[in-house]
Design a protein around this ligand. Structure first.
Ligand code: CUA
Length: 116
């Protein structure tokens, strides 16, 4: 490699190395299970403005993971987990509702997201 080429390449290589050594932090990950008629965990704590990836699975029948106050509405089918990002823009306590009729206990299938 000629000196001229080396001088051109070196700063670029250093730039690439510096870029690779500091990967962007991965968003936090929350796993939620829905099963007649319980949402686990029952209470989820998030931080205002912090992106979180939700991975929601249904263990028996189809359920819905709805948090109207935060604009979340996801259908969750057994064997097909729903994966979605949430970045809370409001502080407070918000009810998670099951959004799909799943049996006699459907109306009581609730959880809570607390944003602080
Ligand atoms: Cu679960 Cu409705």
């Amino acid at each position: 490699m000629g000196t001229q080429k080396f001088l051109w390449t070196a700063p670029f290589a250093i730039f690439l190395f510096a870029g690779c050594s500091k990967p962007a932090p991965l968003p936090a990950h929350i796993t939620v299970e829905m099963k007649k008629y319980v949402i686990t965990p029952a209470e989820i704590h998030l931080k205002l403005g912090e992106a979180v990836r939700f991975e929601v699975s249904a263990k028996d029948v189809e359920h819905g993971f709805d948090v109207p106050a935060l604009g979340i509405k996801e259908a969750v089918q057994p064997g097909k987990p729903a994966s979605f990002m949430v970045t809370p823009t409001r502080k407070g306590s918000f009810t998670i509702e099951c959004g799909i009729i799943c049996g006699p206990g459907h109306d009581d299938m609730r959880g809570k997201i607390v944003v602080d």
